[in-house]
Design a protein around this ligand. Structure first.
Ligand code: NA7
Length: 542
């Protein structure tokens, strides 16, 4: 890196060394583009490096939640479990970084604080928190969609005298919870994964639940001897099926369970006997496995009631069972994979604190005080989620044409973007998995490979054609957002009671807008390819 007076001009600067940033570096390198990665953390891995909390796991099968671009990598790497746990994903990304010799172009412990577009030079000026400055023709924001943790707005949070842990920045060396009095705040995917695991060790666990979760019980297992080899021998077919699949994962995943539901009979037409048989045979999943829940809010509410009956068959204490029933529509939040979540509430050392009935008043030195009383704790774990999709970039002072602020643009207009690839007013800044792209509504890895390849090919095209800039047109952006929003308009995702990180409803003050593209990756890829082939329709090239 150079000093402020003699800035190096890179062809491309990549922000983040997670799944997206690593592939972006490799893809650009292969095309002779001089690129460099800046990464806040001390190693590669992105969100899979810092979310080291007990129980952290992906909800897509390992053989599909992995890069498809390299036959060598997919043959050489060995997954041990069907759904990969965090340590294995972290190790996989380290392996990839070493295998492709990526580290020499990554600056670790380097946080980007500001990025300013210099219109005259058609370059980005990138400043780091340590005061370094770089210049680059293009910036690729591979800064992650779930990488900006939300600091919960709870009074007295800093007054706690015990240990405060955040799932999104879990200590590398772990934290021994054996015999401790532990409070967990948050029951999204993270809380639901963590709670059954820590419950086995702690002395007493209090689960502070503001919104109950819908979960999909799941069996995760080790691969049987020879099973992975057989899968690897068929990787060509597996990847082809994955590419053709709307969610970029053709095997079992949280998404495939949801998609399968669409072809089931409607709940509204099911007899009471059929409903009860469904929960007798399939537990909570039986309550949700119906075709009309996504589009018919009444059917969705019926499913919630049935779901409550299924919980009551598992959880012994009726008050706890009732408190575990969600009050918002199923499927408006990401479905959660669960291994023994409800059973955990039958343990003597686990208590549910229903914040709908007794809200948190303050954190004290001794623990958490709700409207009903004090819970004395040794450790508080916050599993309170992320400012998704736009959070990581909004934390950087990004200035586009004429000093336009990206943070302000998204605050005022909502999380706008053209294709999730660029925001109008910010030339030469590409976002991997930006809002309005398949991203979180699909297998993230399949989606990011498509994004990285499209961006890399675009940069190569511009260089070959002697062009210096590419910029999304506001009209194209507006049409795209209208399109992505219209795709979910008739679904529960757009229901006013749906508050999730998908629509920004989990962040106080964030403008609500569904931030995914639900038309499926193949259709999205077709549109992106068509746009590129037509000379980048909807973009201004200069
Ligand atoms: P989520 O799914 O956003 O869940 C966060 C949880 O934290 C949720 O239950 C929240 O309740 C709760 N929360 C947030 N702030 C507070 C405060 N102040 N008090 C009490 N409870 C609070 O995040 P996750 O990390 O679990 O999962 C995110 C994604 O990561 C997941 O979908 C996977 O794709 C991976 P709320 O619902 O807002 O009432």
């Amino acid at each position: 890196m150079t000093d402020a007076d003699e800035p190096e001009v890179l062809d491309a600067l990549i922000v983040g060394a997670g799944f997206s940033g690593l592939y972006a570096l490799h893809y650009l390198r292969q095309r002779g583009v001089h690129a460099r990665v800046l990464e806040t953390a001390e190693n590669v891995g992105g969100t899979w490096l810092v979310n080291r909390y007990p129980g952290a796991r992906c909800d897509i099968e390992s053989i599909e939640y992995s890069y498809s671009f390299s036959e060598e990598i997919q043959q050489e790497w060995t997954w041990t479990e069907t759904m990969p746990a965090q340590p294995e994903i972290e190790a996989y990304l380290r392996f990839v970084a070493d295998r492709l010799d990526l580290r020499r172009d990554i600056a670790f412990n380097t946080t980007v604080s500001a990025m300013t577009f210099d219109g005259a030079a058609a370059e980005w000026v990138v400043d780091t928190a340590a005061g370094q400055r770089l210049r680059a023709r293009f910036v690729i924001a591979a800064s992650g969609i779930l990488s900006a943790p939300l600091q919960p707005d709870i009074a007295g949070i800093d007054d706690f005298a015990g240990t405060t842990l955040y799932t999104g920045r879990w200590p590398k060396e772990g934290h021994d919870l054996t015999g401790r009095r532990v409070g967990v705040v948050g029951t999204g995917s993270t809380g639901v994964q963590l709670i059954p695991v820590v419950a086995r060790d702690v002395g007493q666990l209090y689960v502070f639940q503001r919104s109950a979760a819908y979960t999909l019980p799941w069996e995760v297992r080790q691969f049987a001897p020879g099973e992975l080899d057989e899968l690897k021998a068929n990787y060509g077919q597996i990847r082809a099926a994955q590419r053709a699949h709307p969610v970029g994962a053709a095997r079992l995943s949280a998404f495939s369970v949801l998609l399968d539901m669409l072809s089931r009979p409607p709940l509204k037409s099911a007899s009471r006997d059929e409903q009860l048989r469904a929960i007798s045979e399939h537990g909570v999943l039986g309550a949700l496995n119906w075709g009309d829940l996504f589009f018919d809010i009444e059917a969705n509410r019926m499913a919630t009631r049935l779901y409550g009956e299924a919980i009551a068959r598992i959880v012994h204490d009726p008050e706890t069972a009732a408190a575990l029933v969600p009050t918002y529509p199923f499927a408006c939040k990401r479905p959660i994979i669960d291994q023994g979540y409800y059973e955990t509430f039958n343990r003597d050392n686990v208590s549910l604190v229903d914040l709908r009935r007794e809200p948190i008043e303050t954190v004290t030195a001794a623990g958490i005080r709700t409207s009903r009383g004090d819970y004395d704790l040794d450790v508080i774990v916050y599993a309170t989620g992320f400012d998704a999709m736009t959070g990581a970039l909004s934390r950087i002072d990004v200035r586009g044409r004429d000093g336009q602020s990206l943070r302000d643009t998204w605050a005022e207009q909502g999380p706008v973007s053209y294709l999730g690839l660029q925001v109008a007013g910010f030339p030469n800044l590409f976002t991997v998995q930006g809002p309005g792209s398949p991203s979180a509504a699909t297998n993230f890895v399949t989606a990011l490979e498509q994004h990285v390849e499209w961006i890399g090919d675009c940069i190569t095209y511009l260089r070959t054609a002697g062009m210096r800039t590419i910029e999304a047109l506001p009209t194209a952006q507006a049409e795209w957002i209208e399109h992505t929003t219209s795709l979910v308009a008739a679904t529960v995702l757009a229901h006013p009671t749906c508050n999730s990180w998908y629509n920004g409803g989990n962040v106080p003050g964030k403008k609500r807008m569904y931030m995914g593209y639900t038309g499926g990756i193949p259709e999205y890829r077709r549109r992106c390819d068509e746009i590129a082939a037509a000379g980048y329709t909807g973009f201004r090239l200069g």
